[in-house]
Ligand binder design. Structure first.
Ligand SMILES: [Zn+2]
Length: 304
C-alpha cells in the first residue's frame, strides 16, 4: 500500500513538472506571465514578468490579475524571489499580490521579500499605505494575512521599498547577488509610475511599465538595452486621454531607435491594439531597426 502511494506521488510530481513551462535552466531570460491589459477581452493575463537566472525566478515585475496563475504554470518558486517590483498601483499591475502572499504561506520561505513600488500621488496611495490597506492588522482588507507586514503567523515579511517617482534620473534600488536594479519615474497620466532596469551578467533588461513614452531620462536609462518590454495598448490615432497614459507605436519606435535598444518586446496588449497589430508593427519597424517581438503569456525571451 505504502509502495503504491509512493509511486502515485512520483507520478503526480512528474505530471506537475511536465505542466510547468519555465524558461531554460541556464542563462538569463524574461518570462512573460501576463501580456494583456485591464480589459477582459484579450485572452491574456494582466501584467507580470519574471526574470530567470540559471533556472531561478529572481525578480517579479508587476503582479496583475492572472499572473498568480501563470506564476504557478511557469514553475516559479516564491522561495527564489529576491524582489517584487511594482511599476504602479493600477489593478492590472498589482491585484494578484494578496494571492501570491497567501500562496507564500504554504512555501518554505522565511526570509523577508523586498517589494518596491511608487510613493503616493494623485488618487493613489504610496506603497506603504497600499500594503496597510491590504494587510493592516486592524483595518486591512486581508487582515488575516497581517503577518506579511511583520513576519508573524507563518508568513514571510514584505519589506516595502517606496520609491519617489523622480523622472530626471534613475535611482539604484538594489544590488543583490549579481543583479543591479535601478528605477526611474515615468509619465502615466496622473498615476505615480516607475520603470525598472535590471542589469545582470552585462545584459540590460528594461521594463517600461505603463507610460506615454515622452520622458527623455527613461530613454537614457534604456540605452543599449538588450531587451526592452514596452506596452502597446493603444493605436497611433488614440484619443488625447489615452496618449497621456500610453505611448503610441511611433513614439515607442522613435524612443527605442534613439536609445539603441537591441530588442523590443511589445506587451500590455488589448483587443483595441491587437486588432491593428500588423499596422502597428509596420509602423514600428519602419523607424526602429532592432528585433521586435510580440509578447505571449509564458513566452521566454533572452537578451540580444
Ligand atoms: Zn496603468
Amino acid at each position: 500500500m505504502a509502495r503504491c502511494t509512493f509511486i502515485i506521488l512520483l507520478m503526480l510530481l512528474a505530471c506537475a513538472r511536465a505542466l510547468a513551462v519555465g524558461c531554460a535552466p541556464h542563462g538569463v531570460q524574461v518570462q512573460v506571465l501576463g501580456s494583456g491589459g485591464p480589459i477582459a477581452d484579450d485572452a491574456r493575463a494582466s501584467s507580470g514578468y519574471l526574470l530567470w537566472v540559471d533556472g531561478r525566478a529572481r525578480v517579479l515585475v508587476d503582479v496583475g490579475g492572472g499572473s498568480f496563475l501563470r506564476f504557478g504554470e511557469a514553475g516559479a518558486r516564491i522561495e527564489d524571489l529576491d524582489l517584487i517590483a511594482l511599476t504602479h498601483l493600477h489593478a492590472d499591475h498589482a491585484a494578484d499580490l494578496p494571492t501570491l502572499v497567501k500562496s507564500g504561506y504554504f512555501s518554505d520561505r522565511t526570509r523577508p521579500l523586498s517589494l518596491s513600488g511608487p510613493a503616493a500621488g494623485a488618487d493613489f496611495p504610496g506603497l506603504a499605505d497600499f500594503l496597510s490597506a491590504l494587510f493592516g492588522a486592524e483595518h486591512g482588507a486581508f487582515r488575516y494575512l497581517s503577518g506579511a507586514l511583520d513576519g508573524s503567523a507563518g508568513l514571510f515579511r514584505l519589506q516595502a521599498i517606496e520609491l519617489a517617482t523622480d523622472k530626471s534620473r534613475p535611482q539604484r534600488l538594489a544590488s543583490v547577488d549579481g543583479l543591479k536594479i535601478d528605477a526611474i519615474g515615468v509619465s502615466h497620466g496622473p498615476v505615480p509610475a516607475l520603470a525598472y532596469r535590471i542589469t545582470v551578467r552585462g545584459l540590460r533588461f528594461v521594463f517600461g511599465g505603463d507610460q506615454n513614452g515622452r520622458d527623455p531620462a527613461f530613454w537614457r536609462m534604456a540605452k543599449s538595452a538588450n531587451l526592452l518590454v514596452m506596452g502597446l495598448p493603444i493605436p497611433e490615432d488614440a484619443d488625447p486621454v489615452a496618449r497621456r497614459l500610453h505611448a503610441t507605436p511611433s513614439l515607442i519606435a522613435a524612443g527605442a531607435a534613439g536609445a539603441g535598444v537591441r530588442q523590443l518586446l511589445l506587451s500590455h496588449l488589448m483587443a483595441r491594439s491587437l486588432s491593428g497589430l500588423p499596422q502597428h508593427l509596420a509602423l514600428i519597424q519602419h523607424s526602429y531597426p532592432g528585433l521586435v517581438r510580440v509578447a505571449q503569456d509564458l513566452g521566454c525571451y533572452a537578451g540580444q
